[in-house]
Design a protein around this ligand. Sequence first.
Ligand code: BGC
Length: 503
Amino acid sequence: MDIQDERRRLLDAEGTDDYETATGVRSEQDIYLDKVQNGKLYLAAFVSVLGPLSFGFVLGYSSPAIPDLTKTTDDRLRLNDDQASWFGSIVTIGAAVGGLLGGWLVERIGRKLSLMFCSLPFVFGFAIIAAAQNIWMLYIGRALTGLASGVTSLVVPVYISEMAHERVRGTVGSCVQLMVVTGICGAYVAGAYLEWRWLAVCGSLPPTLLIVGMCFMPETPRYLLSQGKRREAEEALRFLRGPDAPVQWECARIEEACDQQGAGFKMSDLLEPGIYKPLAIGVLLMFFQQATGINAIMFYAENIFEDAHFDNRALGTVIVGLTQVFFTGIAALIMDRAGRKVLLCISGVAMAISAAVFGVFFHLTTGQHNNTSVRVMVSEVEGSLGAGPEVDLAWLALASMGIFIAGFALGWGPIPWLVMSEIFPSKVRGFASAVCVLTNWGNAFIITKCFQDLLALLTNAGTFWLFASMCALNVVFTIAFVPETKGKTLEQIQDNFRGTQAQ
Ligand code: BGC
C-alpha cells in the first residue's frame, strides 16, 4: 500500500469530518484531542518564546539606556537628542529588514533553525553595545538586535501555530505578545538597577538560553511534511502530543491539506482568493495595530507619569510595563474561549474611547496651540498640570492612558501576531508573514518618526483624535473582515478562505 492509499485509509477510518458532525456527536477531532498530552508542547512553546522575551527587552532597552547615554561623561558615547532618537528607532528599521530575512529563512532552513539563527544577532548586537567605544557601535548593536527582533517576530508565531493544536493555539500563541511585554517590563525593571552596559549583558542571556534550549526541541510537523519527511514529522508529533495520541491521523490530515494547497509558491498564486484574502487581512491587521499609535503613546507614557506628580519616572514606566503584562496575561487565558474577534472589538472600542478622552485632555489643558514638538507638548502639559488642583486633570490623562494600554494588551497587541500565524497556507506562509512583519515594523518606524510632525500639523488633541478614529476603524474592519479562528485547525481556517468549506 503506498502512502496516498494509507493516508486515505487513515482519514476514512476516522469517519466523518467534524464540520458535518451533528450536535451531540463527538467529532473525530475531539476524540483525537482528548488523547493528547500538552506538557511537551508547552515546553517547546516556553523555549521558543525566549525569542519574543529578547525582542521585548530590545524594545524596552532604550527607555532606561537613553537617559544614561545622554548624560555620560564619555564624549565618544554621549548622545544628543537627534542621536538618541535614532538609537531608539533604528531597531524598527533593523526589524523591518529582519522580517524579510525571516520570511526567506523559514522556508529555506525551517522554523527551528531560523529560531536558533535569530539568537546570534541578538547576542552579537548586545555584545557590541556592551563593548561600545563610539556611537556607531551603539547604532550597529541596536540595528543587529532589531534585525533579530524582526526575524523572531515572524518565526516564533509560525513555529508555535504549526505545532500547537486548535484547543490551545490561542493561549499558547498569545504567549508571544505576553513575553514581548514581559521583556519590555524586564528591561524597565533591570534598567532601574543596572547601567546601560550591564543592561546589554543582561539582554544577551535569554537568546543564549534560546539557542541551547532549541537544540532539544523539534522542527514543526507541518514544515517536515512539506519537505516530504513523514517519519520525522510523526516523531515530532509524538513528542508534542504524547504517547497516547494516534499521530498518524493528524499527519494524514495535514498531508491531505498540503496536497490540496499544492507545493511551491509562485507570484501568480497571489490571484487565488485562498492567498490574497488572508494576505490583505494580515497586512491590514499589522497596519491597524501600529495606526492605534501604541508606540507613540507608550513613549509619551513616561511624561504623563512625570506630569501627574510621579517623582519616580522609572517607577512610572514599570507600572506601564506591568499593566501590559497583566492584561496580556488575561488575554492569553481567555483567547481560546472568548475568540479573536470579540477581543479585537473590545480592545478597539476601549482604545478608541481612551484615545478620544486623551484628546479631550489635551484640548482642555493645552488650548488650541499649534505645538511643534513633543518637548513643547510636554512642557505645556507640565504647565497646566501644575496650575492648581482645580485644573489638575492629571487623573484624566492617567486613566485614559491606563485604559488605552490595557485595551491594547487585551486584543490589538497579541491578536495580529496570532492571526498572522494562523491564516496563511503553508506554501505561502514565509512570504506572506514577511510582508506582514515588514508592514508592522515599517509602520512602527513611520509613526514614531512622524509623531512630532503630526503634532505640528494636527495639534496634540487632533493627533490623539486621529489615533481614536483609527481605533474606531479597526473595530469596523474587524467586524467586516477578520475571520474567527478560535477552535479551528489551520487547515480549516485556510479552507474557509478558499471557499471550500462552510464557516
Ligand atoms: C507591537 C509593538 C509594540 C509592542 C508593545 C507589539 O505587538 O508590534 O510595536 O511596541 O507590542 O506592547
